[in-house]
Ligand binder design. Structure first.
Ligand code: BGC
Length: 368
């Protein structure tokens, strides 16, 4: 079968031929790939960034944001049946640490995990994939159009979950409140797909969501945010250190821009007892200058917490697809507007090389 692969460190994606996978164990599921999203990580891999081919192979099949249809299941599989829509998660367990033993490879301690399409294991830009049921999430048929967003949504869900758990563990009012997110001022920094999906998950919870970016308010991404009841902050007009005085100080910040200097500047917008979760991976090694003493003082005197968050557990995918279904009911058809570009598999080169200004999410279509 056909697959799109790169040679890590060396450039352009190209076709490779792979043996079609089959079910070889009772806990496995075979999916027909329907479509696969393209994200910043794929484009970085192509530019020679972080990626690793499977052991003994020169090439890596890319792609980690997928939607598929179940073709066949092993005898022990109970979560899905042929015909169901489903996605596989990204990270695979190391087999050595406790989090991995609990199906939380997103919290792997050894660093010996694998990531499909990124790190040591072929990804999803191909026709069929097989994996274990523990990495499978079934989707309602209503999510056929937008299910391919389940992976970026899961990354947003994990960041929000971490913020909530950190606060519930330390703030008396947070652990007691049944509806803690409702009305809570939350800033999402960077309105790419992860940022917009984080804004969506927060709006589903009723939070007061502010989105920060540097594009004109009339452009597509801020307008998408406004339509779900979020508010836009144009960073060209209101820098991070003015957000608290001109708008509000934030209880929670979800960072999804991947710009190190911005991440630290955002602390100026964080209120007392606030938490900031970082999800963006800055590239390069440019040093930044910081007033370290003032920064630490602010953190200590303000009881503030900063956490990094990568990847996501199966449960975060489940939360994500549940929230997408709620969003579909509340803002019908709106989430689908995030998928701005669709390329047939044979046109993949255009999809990967172009990054038009109006692109939010581009996907490669493998089957209907
Ligand atoms: C993916 C994550 C992955 C991370 C680091 C992101 O693009 O969404 O699943 O863990 O890259 O490789």
């Amino acid at each position: 079968m056909k697959a799109i692969a790169i040679q890590p460190g060396a450039g352009q994606p190209h076709w490779v031929d792979r043996t079609q996978p089959t079910i070889t164990a009772a806990n496995q599921v075979l999916l027909r790939v329907l479509r696969v999203g393209i994200c910043g990580t794929d484009r970085e891999e192509i530019l020679g960034g972080r990626s690793k081919a499977p052991d003994g192979q020169k090439e890596l099949v890319i792609g980690h944001e997928m939607l598929g249809r179940v073709e066949k299941v092993g005898d022990q599989v109970t979560r899905a049946k042929p015909g169901d829509l489903a996605v596989f998660t990204v990270r695979r367990v190391c087999g050595e640490c406790l989090p991995c033993a609990m199906n939380r490879p997103d919290m792997c301690l050894t660093g010996k995990y694998q990531e499909r399409g990124i790190w040591g294991m072929d990804g999803y830009q191909t026709e069929y994939v097989v994996d274990q049921e523990q990495y499978l999430v079934r989707l309602a048929p209503e999510l056929a159009d937008i299910g391919v967003l389940a992976e970026p949504m899961s990354v947003a869900e994990k960041a929000i979950d971490e913020a909530g758990r950190i606060q519930a563990g330390r703030l008396p009012q947070a652990s007691a409140a049944p509806d803690w997110w409702f009305g809570r001022p939350c800033l999402v920094a960077g309105l790419g797909p992860i940022g917009l999906l984080a804004a969506l998950a927060l709006r589903v919870r009723g939070a007061a969501v502010y989105g920060l970016d540097i594009v004109p308010e009339a452009s597509a991404r801020p307008q998408w945010l406004l339509a779900i009841g979020g508010q836009y902050i144009n960073g060209q007009e209101i820098p991070p250190d003015k957000i608290a005085s001109l708008r509000r100080s934030m209880d929670v910040i979800i960072e999804a821009a991947g710009i190190a200097s911005l991440s630290f500047n955002l602390l100026d917008a964080l209120g007392a007892n606030g938490v900031m979760v970082l999800t963006g991976l800055p590239d390069g090694d440019r040093p930044i200058e910081l007033n370290g003493a003032a920064l630490v003082r602010g953190l200590v005197l303000g009881n503030q917490a900063i956490a990094g968050s990568v990847n996501a557990a199966r449960d975060h995918f489940q939360l994500g697809v549940d929230d997408m279904l709620s969003a579909e009911l509340r803002w019908p058809g709106h989430v689908a507007k995030l998928i701005t570009h669709r390329y047939a598999a044979q046109d993949f080169a255009t999809g990967f090389s172009q990054h038009p200004d109006d692109e939010i999410k581009a996907v490669i279509e493998w089957a209907r």
